[in-house]
Design a protein around this ligand. Structure first.
Ligand SMILES: [Ca+2]
Length: 465
């Protein structure tokens, strides 16, 4: 049914079903397997993304007041990244980087896509010049599905069906109520392109749909992109947990605990389904959070990292990140070299024997040879971040942060909390970092759109009048 809907949808926007931009560039592609030879048996691929979770809020990062046994099990069954990053400290640009394997500043997706009216402008969304992980895997024969938060454009030409996905269940904007379907608003829950009156708690509904996709496609090679909006605001937990977290005195964190538990249980159901169907060994599964916790908004905790979502400090960009593939990767390993969300696409492509675009720079790398020990060096010597005037880079263990008028230089090897600014003591390092940043920055393009702000107050005023 979803495939039929997708075809119909493409027709309505003037595209034949087979005219995906990814397919048109394939003749110029190179095989990711050429650099990281894939095993003969291609795995299913699952990418699970949480939203606004704190760095400290999972058991394997030391969380004591909320249990996350299912997320932790991914680390236990696979590899946990202790220096795992995303390419932006807010939602939409991170997704743009993850889904393309490229720094999103290469194509101007530097800021969040906003609500209407700005968010409906035809240029506000993942530029159509970009090739997504779904395009790449679909071209290699994978059946593809996105469940959850999209946040890569509200207009129909940015719809997941237009970006390589065969199926979609979720919403297009950056946040959503967990208990109301949003029917009649600009941001309803959609099955494909059709609004649905979803009755289930939203996180549970996303888990249900993810499990259903796996059940329906267990005998095909599949790619599932499961982007929960938990534990982003609004703070709404399932009723069934209302008495479960009395040990947490802070009201906001108590609700957060229920929201997080629902997501962890949903991930458990998905992992259980993969096991039940005998697919666990042959499924490459990532779990990553999209940006640091906004601690005052949702009660999350980023300890021991400095600051929060929206900042260039570690609390904004270093996130829970782990991978399992029992048939190929050893279990229970910890990987300490820096990795980044941009690596997911090239890694998945290599594992799946898929071709990555050969006509553009990918900033992510195939992690498989690093995770199997064939390559010993760090996959990334330098990582960059830029959001407007704020920026940062990490080179080795040095981190340069520019936030507003403040510049700080930190040695992450001895100071993960970025508490001791060394720029006065290390002017040579500071200069080298600044020069390195400027060289990278000169290769990036200007943002396609600027920061979009909700016009809530104006709207309310108009209604009163
Ligand atoms: Ca987020």
């Amino acid at each position: 049914m979803e495939k039929q809907t997708r075809r119909e949808f493409l027709k309505t926007i003037g595209l034949a079903a087979a005219s995906s931009p990814a397919l048109s560039i394939l003749p110029g592609c190179v095989s990711a397997g050429q650099t990281g030879r894939a095993e003969p048996k291609r795995p299913n691929i699952v990418v699970i993304i949480s939203d606004d979770m704190g760095y400290a809020d999972i058991g394997c990062h030391g969380c004591k007041d909320i249990a996350t046994p299912n997320i932790d099990s991914v680390a236990r069954n696979g590899i946990r990244f202790t220096n795992g990053y995303v390419s932006c400290p807010v939602c939409s640009p991170t997704r743009a980087g993850l889904i393309t394997g490229r720094y999103q500043q290469r194509f101007g997706h530097e800021f969040n896509t906003g609500p209407p009216p700005g968010g409906l402008r035809e240029h506000v969304g993942l530029p159509l010049t970009e090739v997504t992980i779904a395009d790449v895997l679909k071209s290699a024969g994978y059946v593809t599905c996105a469940v959850g938060k999209w946040h890569l454009g509200l207009s129909k030409h940015f719809h997941p069906f237009r970006r390589g996905f065969d199926e979609f269940f979720g919403f297009l904007h950056g946040n959503h109520s967990f208990i109301e379907s949003g029917l009649g608003t600009f941001n309803p829950i959609l099955r494909g392109t059709e609004p649905v009156d979803e009755k289930e708690y939203l996180t549970d509904a996303f888990s249900r749909e993810a499990v259903s996709f796996v059940e329906r496609h267990h005998d095909e090679r599949f790619f599932l992109y499961l982007a929960y909006n938990a534990v982003h605001t609004p703070m709404q937990a399932p009723q069934r947990y209302k008495d479960s977290f009395k040990h947490i005195t802070d009201r906001k964190r108590r609700i957060y605990a229920g929201m997080l538990t629902s997501m962890d249980e949903g991930i458990g159901k998905l992992l259980g389904k993969l096991r039940e169907l005998g697919l666990e060994e042959d499924t490459l599964l990532f779990f990553i959070n999209d940006n640091g916790g906004p601690t005052s908004a949702n009660g999350s905790l980023n300890d021991p990292l400095r600051a929060t979502k929206g900042t260039m400090y570690e609390g904004g960009v270093r996130v829970p990140f782990m991978v399992q593939w029992p048939g190929r990767l050893k279990a229970g390993l910890v990987y300490d070299h820096p990795v980044i969300s941009l690596d997911i696409l090239p890694t998945a492509a290599a594992a799946g024997g898929a071709e990555v675009p050969g006509d553009r720079n990918l900033d992510g790398v195939n992690l498989l040879p690093y995770l199997t020990g064939k390559k010993k060096k760090s996959p990334h010597e330098i990582l960059f971040w830029r959001s407007g005037q704020n920026h940062a880079l990490r080179k080795g263990n040095w981190k340069l942060v520019k936030m507003g008028s403040e510049t700080g230089l930190f040695d992450l090897a001895s100071d993960i909390g970025e508490s001791k600014d060394l720029k006065a003591e290390k002017p040579d390092v500071l200069k080298d970092m600044q020069d390195t940043y400027e060289r990278w920055n000169s290769q990036m393009v200007d943002p396609v759109w600027t920061i979009q702000r909700r016009q809530r107050k104006t709207t309310k005023k108009k209604k009163k009048n």
